[in-house]
Design a protein around this ligand. Structure first.
Ligand code: URA
Length: 425
């Protein structure tokens, strides 16, 4: 029998003391094995949220989460490996054009992604709107595709940081997701276990993000950068704005369509700006001297996308799903679009069926919000501001109410906010 008792670990943190290395190693491993009860881990997570953790505790907690499962070996991949992780936002489809783009520039991008929960979309849900595309790959398939094409986006296997899988589900229902030590260790344990050599983090700040204020986002970014470096992963973070959705598409199939526009050399300015900024950071941390804008212009990134989608059973030429019903929201007055609130529009898309309320729910691929305007655009009364798309018309009134609250038209143009706020290395 262990000399450590879960209740003592909880009391230590409840009373504001740092946990010892032995306490951390034991509690993470014992929880993964099912020897620490969910109610005990919930109490500990809440104590961590309220009391915080020292940098030393966070590093040890992350190492214990990595040690709870396997660590992938990417040594068979001849190119430098570099991944990107976004803390999640509304309309954030950047992984879709970015992964094949960076692969087209000579890196290998091992992108293990997740599904959406709540108002932020999941990369796998978006890609599953492509007929035939398969999210689950074995570890061997993952490594072979990375070796041959340099681009993989797939679901993380069950063997990777199982402690996080269990703990994240518990945090989700106990109001403890927002603890910075727990977010940082959750994200970084998976990225380090995936075996990437370098990592670029896109830490979002704003209404549509986990981190609503810049100070918390900076703290999260700095914590993750330090964790990456301590584990030998070259890590940098960009702090980016998430008060307004990225691009014009919020949903699944419509976000794939917008990503294809970017890969074809077009697309909304903000999506292009962020895709190129992240691509440049990824190439620099991977030690590759290449111009991602040229890879978009030449079509090399689009070729890389097609190969990546085909390798996972998808048909890159197939028509994407379309929602059965569309309703428009029009401007009630002349003026300028003053704000498009990311949280409200994310919730509208979620209510239309683009997201899920429980993790076992299906998503509707055609559902979502398609914006027709951006902040600063002049509009006349009656102009279409956005489309609400859904397979189930009964969802429209609630989505419409969210969208109406989220859009404002004013007499004067808003002061433009920069998308890229800072770089933390
Ligand atoms: N994403 C994760 O993977 N973990 C968190 O804790 C929060 C966001």
């Amino acid at each position: 029998m262990s000399e450590i008792a879960a209740v003592d670990v909880i009391r230590t943190k409840r009373d504001g003391h740092p946990l010892s290395d032995a306490q951390i190693d034991w509690v993470v491993a014992a929880y993964t094995r099912g020897e620490v009860a969910d109610e005990q881990m919930s109490a500990l997570a809440m104590a961590i949220l309220l009391r915080g953790m020292t940098p030393g505790e966070i590093a040890r907690w992350t190492a214990a989460m990595i040690a709870s499962g396997e660590r992938l070996d990417l040594s068979a991949v001849p190119r430098p490996t570099v991944d990107k992780h976004s803390t999640g936002g509304v309309g954030d489809k950047i992984t879709l054009p970015l992964t094949p783009l960076v692969a087209a520039c000579g890196a290998a991008v091992p992108q293990l992604s997740g599904r959406g929960l709540g108002h932020t979309g999941g990369t796998l849900d978006k890609l599953e709107s492509i007929p035939g595309w398969r999210a689950r790959l074995s570890n061997d398939e993952f490594v072979s595709q990375l070796r041959d094409l340099g681009a993989v986006i797939c679901a993380a296997g069950d063997g990777l940081a199982p402690a996080d899988r269990k703990l994240y589900a518990l945090r989700d229902v106990t109001g403890t997701v927002e603890a910075i030590p727990l977010i940082a260790s959750s994200i970084m344990s998976k990225k380090i276990a995936e075996g990437t050599g370098a990592l670029v983090l896109d830490v979002k700040v704003g209404t549509g993000a986990f981190m609503k204020d810049e100070a918390s986002a900076r703290e999260l970014a700095a914590t993750m950068v330090e964790l990456g470096k301590a584990h030998g992963v070259r890590t940098v973070a960009l702090l980016t704005d998430m008060n307004t959705p990225l691009g014009l598409a919020i949903g699944n199939a419509n976000e794939v369509a917008e990503s294809l526009e970017v890969l074809a050399g077009g697309g909304p300015a903000d999506v292009i700006e962020l895709t190129l900024a992240l691509a440049r950071e990824m190439l620099e941390t991977a030690g590759i001297d290449a111009d991602p804008a040229e890879a978009l212009r030449s079509g090399a990134a689009m070729d890389s996308w097609r190969a990546m989608i085909r390798a996972q059973g998808g048909d890159p030429e197939a028509a994407l799903p379309v929602a059965r019903e569309t309703e428009v929201l029009r401007a009630g007055q002349d003026g300028v679009v003053a704000s498009l609130d990311a949280l409200g529009l994310g919730l509208a898309a979620w209510r239309l069926g683009a997201g899920r309320a429980r993790k076992e729910d299906p998503v509707s691929f055609g559902a979502g919000v398609q914006l027709k305007v951006r902040p600063g655009d002049a509009v006349r009364a009656g102009d279409v501001l956005l489309e609400l798309r859904t397979d189930d018309g009964e969802r429209i009134p609630a989505a419409r109410a969210e969208a109406e609250q989220a859009v404002s038209v004013a007499p004067h143009a808003p002061t433009p906010k920069p998308l890229l706020i800072d770089r933390i290395a």
